[in-house]
Every structure is written in structure tokens, then in C-alpha cells.
Write a protein that binds this ligand. Structure first.
Ligand code: FAD
Length: 488
């Protein structure tokens, strides 16, 4: 514990951000760093509370009080060692994680929680600056070959761990660049792609082979996987939820990912063949109130949209915890993201009944209706009914559908391998085991657990790597969130 009275003396502060108007002019990250004094004070707020619930809140089991202590004392290399003993990519989670650890922070019971995510980002950025982040070339070579299909956070974490265990690892990625949704989903203003490239260079120097424009089951035959001793499938959950209402076929109605991926490609100077989708001068309607919807808001504002509106079917979440979401669970509270701050009209309890077009088949409006929700005894929404007389047209020339993802793509790889699926249509494999119905094939990340978070993808990639290593060698010395390997 850095400073016993730190949590009494210092309030939670977050680093400054560029003003909304100026950050909308470009696609760059806009969150500044703490001063040295601020970083020291924020680390001092960690109470060493005896039972650090933050550990269990974090899917990676990050050893948070220990790294806060090292930060407080300026023991940067040690802080880095502690952090990376559980997390392969703190530079990603430090930028974009919704921080379930902070929701479980004991200080958060009656004060603002420790700013764990920001501290994590500072540790890894200081580590890069001080050259602590070095390629990890395993001295041991097992002679075993492992294929990883998919280069999102799950695939990259699995590849990193398996490479460290001495296996020869080849990562296949169907896109032209590595990173999965880190690269072509999450906008550059939340995660600059140089952050991925910097990590990628370390992974390449560590000996991992990357093959891009390589879709297994399409231009790479699935039979190629037989040459490997084990395979990790980390292809994500890519099939979006549709809104099959009248007018869905109109020009101007798109899945969010069609819109977001194009923009990331524009920023990254990658080419794309699809018709351009651009929000400039348009009234944009974003349907879906989650992270993906928020990214559409931020991107539309940067395009120069005339107006941006976001609709959510569910009622507006509360601002404080309720009886249905007690500490230390992750609370579903009203979230106002940096993209919302940049300009957006938000409405909850709204259902879209039809898209309306002009004579050329171009979208001109959405027909919507307000909903009234019934709730259970804990205030959780259960049933809705349309509010009579609330039907109205909302003028819009671009709609992005951001209503989540259903399951992984079946066509190609999954069908050709004959993998068993679970009830939700994800690749069937028990959490903690990660083994599919086909011998020597494992799976991790969104492809197994369904649409989730980067921190879960990294966690699954790491845990899956342990199981693969055990399968190949009969034992494993790789770390697990339940079995830490010394960071000293
Ligand atoms: P993915 O990142 O989806 O990677 C899968 C990769 O596999 C893709 O690159 C795909 O091209 C490749 N692939 C698939 N099939 C094949 C094949 N047959 N051959 C070769 N390659 C293949 N989470 C957060 O924690 N914070 C956020 O702020 C956040 N924002 C998000 C914003 C958007 C727009 C979206 C869509 C998601 C967001 N998420 C966020 C969720 C997070 O990005 C995912 O949970 C995470 O990326 C899943 O990682 P993954 O490795 O399982 O899959």
C-alpha cells in the first residue's frame, strides 16, 4: 500500500481530454496523460483493502493493488512485470476496457473507485518508453506447430502465450491487416492503430508468423490445418443482428460494421471495394445504444453529419446502482461516452417500425414509436407496449444498425470442420476447457462466448493457450488467472 491515507486525501481525477469541437476534426486519440504528481496520487488512492475485489472483477485477474503500490513508489519496471503477468496487451485494455475492475473496487462502495484503467495505460506506456517491452523469444523449442485462426485480441493472446511456451505459431487472418475488431471495428479515436502495430512488431520479433488475406475455409483450404499439432479458432462473432422491417432494403440502411470498418480502412489507407458509406451532411440515425452505436455516433460527427440521433429499445438505465445491480457486480448504468459528449440526441424506449424511402429507393425517414416498459420488483424491464399516438417520422438519410452480433459465421470454416455449435450458435466448447467437438481443435474469444469484450477475449486466449499446451505436452507452465507465475 503506497499511502495509507491516500484514499482520504485525494479525489479520483481522470486525465484531460481535448475539447469536443477540436477532437471532432480528426480521428486521433484525444485523452492526455496524467502529470507525474497526478499519477502518484491516483495510485495512492488504492487502499490495499484486504480482499481486493478488483481482482475478481477483472476477467484477467489483474493483480491491481500490487501494481498500484509499485506505481506509487515509481518502481516502473516492477509495475510493468506485475501488470503483464496477467495481461498480454494492457495498451489495449488501458484504452478501451469498460473496466469491470473499477466497478468492483472496494473504494467504489462509498467514493469514486481507483482509476485502475488509466493507471494501467500509464504503466504500459512508461514501459514502452523505457524499453521494458522486449520480444519474448522462447529458448525452448518443442517442435510442435499451432495454427491460430483469427488475429483479434483472443487470437493474439493465444499466439503470444503458445509462442512463449516454445511452440511454432502461425496466425491466419482474412483481413489485409492484423488485429480483428481492434483494427477494423473500434475507431482510431479510441484506439490509434499505431498501438496495434507497435505490439505486432514485438510479436513478429518474438517469432510468431502472421498470414494476412488468408481466410481459412475460403482461399486457404481447411485441410491445411491438418499440418498442425493443434489449432485455435478465434474468428470472432461476426454475424450482426438485423432489423427486418419494411424498407430495410433502402439505400442508406447499413449494418454498423459496414460503416465503421470502412472508416478505419480510410484512416489506415487500406482499400475497400464496397460502395462508400459517408455521413457528411446527412441526418444520421443510429439504432442500438451500446459501444458499437456510440462508435457510429463519434464517426458520424467526424464525417460532418448534419445531425446524429441514437435510439435504444430498452428504457434509459439508472444513474446509480439499484437493488438489481449491487456492488461488486458490473452495473448496467447510464453511460455517456466521449462520442455522446461530441453531440448526439439520445432516446430510449423507442422502436423502429419501418424505413421510408423516396422514389429513387433512397432512405428519407424512419417510422418510430415510443414504448412503455413494465418492470419486475427489482426494477428490471420485462414487457413493453407501444404508446398509443406516439408514432412519428424521424427524417434521416443514413441509418446504422448497431444491435449486437448473433454468432460466428458458419459458412466456410465452421461448416467445413463440422464443428458442434451451442444453443446460441457459437462454437461449442466448455469455458475453462476450450476444446471443440473436433480433436486437436480449440476455440476462444467471441467465437466461443459470443459477442463480448476485449478483456474477455484476451483472458480466453490466455486460458485456451494453457489447455492447448497441456494437450500438446501433457503439462503446462503457462500462467492462468487461477495460477499466477511469479512476476519477480
Ligand atoms: P475479433 O476481434 O472479432 O477477431 C476475429 C478475427 O478473426 C477477425 O479479424 C476476422 O477477420 C478473423 N477471421 C474470422 N474468420 C476467419 C477465417 N476463417 N480465417 C481467417 N481469419 C478469420 N470491447 C471492449 O472491451 N471495449 C470497446 O470499446 C469495444 N468496442 C467495440 C466496438 C465495436 C464497433 C465492436 C464491433 C466491438 C467492440 N468491442 C469492444 C468488443 C470487442 O472488440 C470484441 O469482444 C473482441 O474484439 C473479440 O475478440 P476476438 O479475438 O474474439 O474476435
Amino acid at each position: 500500500m503506497g499511502k495509507p491515507t491516500g484514499f482520504l486525501e485525494f479525489e479520483r481525477t481522470l486525465p484531460q481530454k481535448d475539447a469536443a469541437e477540436s477532437r471532432k476534426q480528426n480521428y486521433q486519440e484525444f485523452v492526455h496523460s496524467y502529470s507525474d504528481e497526478q499519477l502518484n496520487q491516483q495510485a495512492a488512492r488504492c487502499m490495499n483493502c484486504g480482499i481486493p475485489f478488483c481482482h475478481s472483477g477483472c476477467p484477467l485477474g489483474n493483480v491491481i493493488p500490487e501494481f498500484n503500490d509499485a506505481v506509487y513508489d515509481g518502481r516502473w519496471e516492477e509495475a510493468y512485470q506485475i501488470l503483464t503477468s496477467t495481461n498480454n496487451f494492457p495498451e489495449f485494455t488501458g484504452r478501451i476496457c469498460p473496466a469491470p475492475c473499477e466497478a468492483a473496487c472496494v473504494l467504489g462502495i462509498n467514493k469514486s473507485p481507483v482509476s485502475i484503467e488509466e493507471i494501467e495505460k500509464h504503466i504500459i506506456e512508461i514501459a514502452y518508453k523505457n524499453n521494458y517491452v522486449q520480444p519474448n523469444k522462447s529458448q525452448l523449442k518443442t517442435g510442435k506447430k499451432v495454427a491460430v485462426v483469427g488475429s483479434g485480441p483472443a487470437g493474439l493472446a493465444a499466439a503470444t502465450q503458445l509462442n512463449a511456451a516454445g511452440h511454432e505459431v502461425v496466425v491466419y487472418e482474412r483481413d489485409d491487416k492484423i488485429g480483428g475488431l481492434l483494427r477494423y471495428g473500434i475507431p482510431d479515436f479510441k484506439l490509434d492503430k499505431s498501438v496495434i502495430d507497435r505490439r505486432l512488431s514485438i510479436l513478429e520479433q518474438s517469432g510468431i508468423t502472421f498470414r494476412t488475406n488468408a481466410e481459412v475455409g475460403k482461399n486457404v483450404p481447411t485441410s491445411e490445418l491438418q499440418a498442425y499439432d493443434a489449432v485455435v479458432l478465434a474468428g470472432g462473432s461476426t454475424i450482426p443482428r438485423d432489423l427486418p422491417i419494411p424498407g430495410r432494403e433502402l439505400k442508406g440502411v447499413h449494418y454498423a460494421m459496414e460503416f465503421l470498418k470502412q472508416q478505419n480502412k480510410r484512416v489506415g489507407n487500406s482499400s475497400f471495394e464496397e460502395t462508400e458509406i459517408h455521413a457528411q451532411g446527412k441526418n444520421v440515425l443510429v439504432i442500438g445504444g451500446g459501444d458499437t452505436g456510440s462508435d457510429c455516433v463519434g464517426t458520424s460527427n467526424r464525417h460532418g453529419a448534419k445531425s446524429v440521433t441514437q435510439f435504444e429499445l430498452m428504457p434509459q438505465p439508472p444513474q446509480q446502482r439499484t437493488a438489481a445491480m449491487p456492488w461488486p457486480t458490473y452495473p448496467m448504468l447510464l453511460k455517456t461516452t466521449s462520442s455522446h459528449e461530441e453531440g448526439c440526441k439520445r432516446y430510449w424506449s423507442v422502436s423502429t417500425k419501418a424505413f421510408l424511402g423516396d422514389e429513387k429507393g433512397q432512405l428519407r425517414a424512419a417510422l418510430v414509436v415510443d414504448l412503455e416498459w413494465e418492470t419486475d420488483s427489482l426494477g428490471r424491464p420485462t414487457k413493453f407496449a407501444e404508446v398509443a399516438g406516439s408514432e412519428r417520422e424521424i427524417p434521416c438519410e443514413l441509418v446504422t444498425l448497431a444491435m449486437g452480433f448473433l454468432h460466428p459465421q458458419r459458412e466456410g470454416l465452421i461448416e467445413q470442420l463440422g464443428l458442434k455449435l451451442d444453443a446460441r450458435g457459437n462454437v461449442d466448447a466448455v469455458e475453462g476447457q476450450y476444446k471443440t467437438s473436433v480433436d486437436h481443435i480449440f476455440t476462444a474469444g467471441d467465437m466461443r462466448r459470443g459477442q463480448s469484450l476485449v478483456v474477455w477475449a484476451i483472458s480466453e486466449g490466455r486460458e485456451c493457450a494453457r489447455k492447448v499446451d497441456e494437450y500438446l505436452m501433457g503439462y503446462t507452465e503457462l500462467a492462468s488467472k487461477d495460477k499466477l507465475v511469479s512476476y519477480a
